[in-house]
Design a protein around this ligand. Structure first.
Ligand code: NAD
Length: 255
């Protein structure tokens, strides 16, 4: 797909993987709308990117905020790219150390953010994309959702997180099938361990130990490597309905 001159919406674009994606797509001539609940962060990243960027502050779990963000992205030109990076993790076992059950509230919070948030943007962005002029090959756009290797290699304490990322994986094929008729592709990326603020919270020795657990290369992934894959997915029209692990070959152990 030709992406130069089109528009993109990127959730979670104020930080980490979403920020790197916004920078990469903007460098390829895409007008990027950063949608993040961190208004200051979104504003700062958009300002750094410059003329090709704008932002919307809001919550991906709120359908009205999502519609506003999609409308703003679509207003600027042909909306052809939607990337869902807003999300977070949670640690909690099926039963706690004292034998009490996993609380429902954090489980629901994680599904709401990682699954409903992805659903909100995917559906609203697809609806807008379906109205843009198709390119010569009939293609209108692409949706890239962010799963995690935890969808496949869920570790101890990842019940809520793995459930949410498993749902992101599970939406990929039916969404790609639903949207084939309007020329929109749907893919997911399942990152391994990336050097973002999410992992920066860990002490250095814990981060080094994680890096050593990667097959090759023995380091954390750089957000720019995620952004590069999104740009490749967007431009390579024959990639569809797939979940791509981007993880240096890591297979997560039980803990
Ligand atoms: N960093 C990793 O190693 C890694 C690995 C696998 C998967 N992931 C996934 O990648 C995605 C991005 O992670 P990251 O490391 O870039 O995290 P990050 O914390 O650096 O960035 C996440 C962004 O999402 C925004 N956000 C959070 N909740 C929101 C909401 N309700 N509405 C709007 N914006 C919201 C935050 O403000 C932040 O800017 C997440 O879904 C995460 O689960 C990350």
């Amino acid at each position: 797909m030709e992406i130069n001159g089109s528009s993109a919406i990127i959730t979670g674009g104020a930080s980490g993987l979403g920020e790197a994606t916004a920078r990469k797509l903007a460098s390829e001539g895409v007008r990027v709308t950063i949608f993040d609940r961190n208004e200051d962060g979104a504003k700062a990243v958009a300002a750094e990117i410059g003329a090709n960027a704008n932002y919307v502050a809001g919550d991906v779990t709120d359908p009205e905020d999502c519609q506003k963000a999609v409308d703003q992205a679509a207003d600027g030109g042909n909306l052809r790219i939607a990337v869902n990076c807003a999300g977070t993790g949670w640690v909690g076992r099926v039963i706690n150390r004292d034998g009490s059950p996993h609380d429902l509230a954090p489980f629901q919070f994680i599904q709401n953010l990682n699954v409903i948030g992805t659903f909100n943007i995917m559906t609203k962005a697809a609806s807008a994309m379906a109205t843009v002029e198709p390119q010569a090959n009939g293609e209108r756009g692409v949706i890239v959702n962010t799963a995690s290797v935890a969808a496949f290699d869920g570790q101890i304490g990842q019940l809520a997180y793995s459930a949410s990322k498993g749902a992101v994986v599970g939406m990929t094929l039916p969404a790609a099938r639903d949207l084939a008729v309007v020329g929109i592709r749907v893919l997911a990326i399942a990152p391994g361990l990336f050097n973002t603020p999410l992992l920066a919270m860990l002490p250095d020795d814990a981060r080094n130990a994680l890096a050593q657990s990667v097959n090759f290369p023995k380091r954390l992934g750089e957000p720019s490597e995620f952004g590069a894959l999104v740009a490749h997915i967007a431009t390579n029209s024959y990639l569809n309905a797939e979940v791509i692990r981007l993880d240096g070959g890591i297979r997560m152990p039980p803990k």
